[in-house]
Design a protein around this ligand. Structure first.
Ligand code: TLP
Length: 375
């Protein structure tokens, strides 16, 4: 059996990637906010970064990034990790034992897109619940908690995702998160927050990440998505938690050496990018409103609160892959997320003109596929 990158994901021919890996001129790449390129300021900071061996704790730039992240999140400590997946896995590993269950939303990243690492590596079972628009309530969580009986596997952790990616970037309010934390803690359960896009959630709520994550036991957030850094995520929590997390980071192969080179870009992302995320949200709203007007496509723009737009294309008679393939030659790149679901994500490398162009192309391509279907 051979594995490939899904068609909707890999749109640049790896043998034809241009100079410095640039997306071809004029392409509106809406596949994900992971596609963003470092800004000139980030590249300069990377070139000039002070570095040391981070496995020895000697990289001054990584240390600065970790202190700053902890400070921003109001947590005792933070740890720089290569990816969001590794960050989530480390947190799950710290809070659980083999044989435990982890409660998460059905569409959550830890359940669907982390190659079952919580089972394969941490030895845990995901126990899923379905939340409306990806948002779990305590009632839904409580219903799947295992009784404390010795012949039942035990629930150890609740894992929330804010924003909820595959539910279309929906947002937990701080009150909802805190309600879950209060109840979970009373039952001796820990709460981990996959906050890959926590700054998008903060922008949507007009709240501060330190307030939003006050009660969670650990939080992971990504620097390499909407914040625009080329690589990296952070996890944050108590000092004792981060001490354990550091051990698992090394065990999972994530001990980096002169990582200050990438931490330097991350510091800029952390300080500067949150303030501009509202632009991505406004662009996502415009995109959703435009998509809602295209015959054959369905989305409720009122539900779009951050930078992710997921629409249904079943009425076009085309699958999501077929639609993404049809858009591609016209320079609009989108990603299929289910048979008839297409995801478009706004980010700092797409401006309003790009959004308008994507809408024109989308309208024309859908109309053409429907005409072709009718003839
Ligand atoms: N999300 C990617 C894909 O893996 C789906 C994307 O394009 O959105 N948590 C959440 C909520 C995420 O969306 C992602 C990545 C991760 C964790 C993992 O981050 P990385 O890719 O850095 O391991």
């Amino acid at each position: 059996m051979s594995y490939t990158v899904a068609k909707g994901n890999q749109r640049v021919d790896p043998d034809q990637v241009g100079e410095a890996g640039k997306i071809p001129e004029g392409v509106v790449d809406l596949r994900s906010d992971t596609v963003t390129r470092p800004t000139p300021e980030m590249r300069r900071a990377m070139a000039e970064a002070e570095v040391g061996d981070d496995v020895y704790g000697e990289d001054p730039t990584v240390n600065r990034l970790e202190r700053r992240a902890a400070e921003i999140f109001g947590k005792e400590a933070a740890l720089f990790v290569p990816t969001g997946c590794m960050g989530n896995l480390i947190c799950i590993k710290v809070w659980t034992h083999h044989g435990d269950e982890v409660i998460c939303e059905e569409r959550s990243h830890v359940n669907l897109y982390e190659l079952a690492s919580m089972s394969a590596i941490a030895g845990c079972m995901p126990r899923v619940a379905r939340g409306e628009d990806g948002i779990l309530t305590w009632k839904q969580i409580e219903a799947v908690i295992r009784p404390k009986i010795y012949y039942d596997s035990q629930t150890a952790l609740v894992c929330l995702e804010n924003t909820s990616n595959m539910a279309g970037g929906t947002v937990y309010s701080t009150a909802q998160v805190e309600d879950i934390c209060d109840h979970a803690h009373k039952m001796g359960l820990k709460v981990h927050l996959d906050g890959a896009r926590i700054f998008n959630a903060a922008t949507a709520l007009g709240d501060h990440v330190a307030v939003m994550t006050r009660k969670v036991d650990s939080v992971m957030f990504c620097l390499s998505k909407g914040l625009g850094a080329p690589v990296g995520s952070m996890i944050a929590g108590t000092k004792a938690f981060i001490e354990k997390a550091r051990v698992y980071r090394k065990m999972f192969g994530g001990g980096m050496r002169q990582a200050g080179v990438i931490a330097a870009a991350s510091l800029i992302a952390l300080e500067k990018s949150p303030a501009r995320l509202h632009i991505d949200h406004e662009n996502a709203k415009r995109l959703a409103e435009g998509i809602a007007e295209i015959p054959g496509l369905s989305i409720d723009p009122n539900k779009v609160r951050s930078n992710i737009v997921i629409f249904d294309c079943s009425k076009t008679g085309k699958t999501a892959v077929e639609l993404c393939d049809a858009l591609h030659p016209h320079g609009v790149w989108a990603q299929d997320t289910a048979l008839y679901s297409v995801r478009v994500v706004t980010h700092c490398d797409v401006d309003r003109a790009g959004i308008e162009r994507a809408l024109v192309v989308l309208k024309e391509v859908v109309a053409r596929t429907q005409r072709a279907g009718a003839s």
